[in-house]
Design a protein around this ligand. Structure first.
Ligand SMILES: *[C@@H]1O[C@H](CO)[C@@H](O)[C@H](O)[C@H]1NC(C)=O
Ligand SMILES: *[C@@H]1O[C@H](CO)[C@@H](O)[C@H](O)[C@H]1NC(C)=O
Ligand SMILES: *[C@@H]1O[C@H](CO)[C@@H](O)[C@H](O)[C@H]1NC(C)=O
Ligand SMILES: *[C@@H]1O[C@H](CO)[C@@H](O)[C@H](O)[C@H]1NC(C)=O
Ligand SMILES: *[C@@H]1O[C@H](CO)[C@@H](O)[C@H](O)[C@H]1NC(C)=O
Length: 680
């Protein structure tokens, strides 16, 4: 509520003063209310179980309950328009479907490769020699560069010249192939990608910057141009990320990354969930606009890197598993290469020649390296090369995580080390990091369960911004933090990135001037809303552009007051209340005088998709009841989670008191207890 400004319109002179006065009056009123409720504790809503813990602390009745964490709110999103339950990644019913991943053993071996690279050179690993030849023998190694064949996304051209080298050599090419021979026999082949500066790219960036400055689109002294590094992992739900990659998760939290808990996909698979991020359009809108025939390449489509390029950014697009990449899987890809740096030629060449350990859809290995590690290494090279120059980079990994729900476990160390490297070398000093997925696992037996269904629609997204930026844009940063518990989408992510592209959009005045912040509920609310701006409490899937089928918002529906489970949860609520009141002999024990309202929380999409299947059913159901108690006629609202399998019931979130209690509870000092106590 507090996030809605009193007005969002464009008042003219005379009106302005009036609104000012009204604003002032409302402010005074709110302050009075706040002071009032602070001093008497009226209308306060507090988590019930944390109260219970405090009580136990005081009375030292139970040592255990002080060590159990305070009850969660029960929902990751709990707004007027959307409730998304907060599920545990380690739910026993779920763990049944998820194995511990066995390490990948590349068919080409798992030893150190003969040749490695850094940002500017390749070198022979002497420790690896004995895997390839005997010390007494001599070998010849040379490298040649290759490049994307003109207008072809799936072909490369290799140079005829092979440059021989002994132990190490500097390389100033983008892509190279290394070949080693013993006598006349080829014993080794490898592929490397680098990030050399390209003169025409640098010249273009300089020229754009000059033009923008002279048009005073950019402030002259120190234009703030934040780079954007998008690191993607295909098919990893938020909960599977928590389950499988604890080291990476901990590091991201330590780095101050913000996690979008209510990020809901808007379509089935990768392409239609990334098209909105890159274009702000739905798949259908996008195809109507620029991809009218399925034979056409995507060259003319409005993809975000074009906007960044126009602002003088270097652009990079890199993927692994090139058979199923975003714009190439059953699609023609691009004619002209889409970005300044485009990894596809490397992917095509390396996977076809040294790709191995092919499982389901992807080559897990390139030679003796893991495919996804090669992509991460390339990402690191980009982050290093452009740490001080504006760039927009999208790095999308699918080889490891696309097909197996347990494989993200095998990426935990690599991703952790990658982010740690960025941190230790301060490579994000001028860069916004977006670490994200597109959806969860879309098939398999786990997907047949209720939680599996939820996870499919709820991928992980983390955003990390440099400290100086958080200070300079404190309002935007605070909105972002609040929006971690809003319903958000790929459309929103697009708007968020556009705010980065045009920092003027983040100026304080313009942040609140969008129609959607107005109190008028009929005001036009855009489909995509930047995560740096207030996202309305009453936003629903429909408003956010999420088709019902993928919508994981749960809704409260009326349920019969005579339902036997309703009777049970009402009994549970009153017992819990009385259990707590029992610690205060001056308070009366309460009885249910009336059941005012009973609601059950459910999700249409999950219920519709598979009514028949037993496994599909949620193992639990949330009920929200409003009861009036006696003596004292207090009105309480509480939510309870009922497990069908063993009949257990527990509170979710706070129990709130919905009516005033006046002097009824003057006999207790603890202001938490004043909510509940009726003095004898
Ligand atoms: C890269 O490797 C070469 C050859 O081993 C070495 O000379 C150079 O210093 C290395 N560069 C960096 C940045 O480590
Ligand atoms: C190295 O030499 C030994 C003995 O001469 C031979 O058995 C072995 O196969 C050789 N290894 C390689 C990689 O050629
Ligand atoms: C290597 O191959 C070339 C031609 O293919 C041949 O003339 C030469 O004798 C070979 N050398 C060895 C050591 O086998
Ligand atoms: C649900 O029940 C409440 C009273 O318990 C009633 O006011 C409301 O109209 C009902 N809503 C629907 C959709 O039936
Ligand atoms: C019911 O099952 C849940 C999860 O499996 C467990 O946490 C809870 O303790 C069980 N309750 C009872 C009463 O067995």
């Amino acid at each position: 509520m507090a996030r809605m400004p009193f007005e969002g319109g464009n008042p003219k002179g005379g009106l302005r003063l009036k609104r000012w006065l009204i604003g002032l009056l409302i402010f005074l009123l709110v302050s009075l209310l706040a002071i009032n409720s602070f001093t008497i504790g009226q209308f306060r809503i507090i988590p019930f179980s944390s109260t219970a813990n405090q009580v136990n602390d005081i009375e030292t009745k139970s040592q255990e309950s002080t060590t159990t964490p305070p009850a969660q709110s029960g929902y990751v999103v709990n707004n007027k328009g959307c409730h998304i339950p907060d599920l545990s990644p380690f739910e026993p019913l779920v763990m049944r479907y998820i194995d511990k991943a066995k390490p990948i053993v590349c068919e080409h071996g798992v030893h150190l490769p003969l040749v490695s690279s850094n940002n500017s050179a390749i070198f022979i690993n002497s420790e690896a020699r004995n895997h390839y030849y005997n010390e007494s023998e001599s070998i010849d190694c040379c490298w040649r560069n290759f490049w994307r064949s003109d207008h072809k996304d799936n072909e490369i051209t290799i140079s005829k010249d092979c440059h021989f080298f002994k132990e190490a050599t500097f390389v100033n090419e983008e892509f190279i192939r290394v070949e080693c021979q013993r006598k006349n026999e080829s014993i080794y082949r490898d592929y490397f990608a680098f990030v050399p500066r390209k003169l025409y790219v640098e010249e273009h960036c300089r020229e754009r910057l000059r033009t923008l400055r002279s048009n005073s689109v950019l402030p002259t002294p120190s234009p703030e141009r934040l780079s954007v590094l998008v690191v993607g992992m295909d098919s990893v739900s938020r909960l599977n990320f928590h389950r499988s990659m604890p080291r990476t998760l901990r590091l991201l939290r330590d780095m101050g990354a913000v996690e979008m808990l209510g990020y809901n996909k808007v379509a089935d698979n990768t392409y239609p969930n990334l098209v909105p991020v890159l274009s702000g359009l739905s798949q259908i809108e996008f195809e109507k606009l620029c991809w009218t025939s399925h034979k056409k390449p995507f060259d003319r489509c409005p993809l975000l890197w074009k906007n960044f390029k126009a602002k003088g950014y270097r652009t990079i697009f890199a993927e692994d598993a090139c058979y199923m990449t975003i714009f190439n899987y059953l699609k023609p890809g691009f004619r002209k290469q889409p970005t300044d740096y485009y990894l596809r030629p490397y992917c095509v060449a390396a996977e076809s020649e040294i790709g191995n350990t092919h499982k389901l859809n992807a080559n897990l290995c390139l030679g003796t390296r893991l495919n996804f590690d090669c992509l991460l290494h390339y990402t690191r090279k980009v982050a290093e090369e452009f740490a001080d120059d504006p760039y927009f980079g999208l790095f999308w990994q699918a080889s490891l995580t696309h097909d197996y729900i347990e494989y993200p476990q095998l990426g935990d160390d690599s991703y952790h080390d990658f982010f740690e490297y960025l941190l230790q070398n301060d490579l994000l000093r001028n860069t916004m990091l977006v670490f994200m997925s597109d959806h969860g696992m879309r098939w398999g037996s786990f997907r047949q369960t209720y939680q599996g269904h939820l996870e499919d629609s709820l991928p992980f997204v983390f955003l990390l911004l440099p400290y100086w930026w958080r200070t300079r844009h404190a309002i935007a940063w605070n909105e972002l933090k609040r929006n971690t518990r809003s319903l958000t989408t790929p459309f929103d992510l697009h708007e968020t990135l556009r705010d980065i592209l045009e920092p003027s959009r983040l100026a304080i005045q313009s942040l609140h001037l969008q129609g959607h912040t107005r109190k008028d509920p009929k005001a036009k609310i855009p489909r995509g809303i930047s995560m740096f701006r207030p996202i309305p409490e009453h936003r629903t899937c429909t408003m956010a552009g999420i088709p019902e089928h993928w919508c994981m918002c749960h809704e409260r529906h009326n349920i019969s007051h005579d339902d036997p489970i309703v009777t049970k949860v009402v009994g549970y609520l009153i017992t819990e209340l009385n259990g707590m009141l029992a610690l205060y002999p001056q308070c009366a024990q309460l009885h249910v005088f009336a059941l005012i309202d009973a609601k059950v929380l459910s999700n249409n999409a999950v219920e519709k998709e598979n009514e028949a299947k037993e496994t599909k059913k949620a193992p639990w159901t949330d009920y929200t009841v409003i009861i009036e108690t006696t003596p004292g006629n207090a009105v309480f609202e509480g939510s309870m989670r009922h497990r069908a399998d063993n009949g257990s019931i527990g509170l979710v979130g706070p129990v709130s008191r919905l009516n005033a209690y006046g002097r009824q509870s003057a006999c207790v000092d603890d202001f938490h207890m004043r909510l509940y106590c009726f003095c004898h």
